[in-house]
Design a protein around this ligand. Sequence first.
Ligand SMILES: [Zn+2]
Length: 102
Amino acid sequence: MITPLHIVAAIPLKIAAPKQFSLLWFSITNILIDVEVIYYIILLEWPIHRFFHSLIGVSIIGISCFILSIILKQKKLPSFFGCFIGVYSHYVIDGFYHNLWT
Ligand SMILES: [Zn+2]
């Protein structure tokens, strides 16, 4: 799925829980995961979904971004939900959408 669509899909969540969910960190994690896709498209090397679309890859991005949010003194709970809902929803949506698990 195209990166902006991942982010648009989270807007209802932001409306439902505005103080408990960081759309900013959700967006940052989703953009970072798809940097991999852009990189392999530029190189014209398929497959374009590789390590950072695996469970380990998205987890590394989620943990790294959450640590960064703590360093930047962001509110912990909304950042936590933003980062981890961000990476695991990306993993599940792209997994189904691009059929990555077969
Ligand atoms: Zn993706």
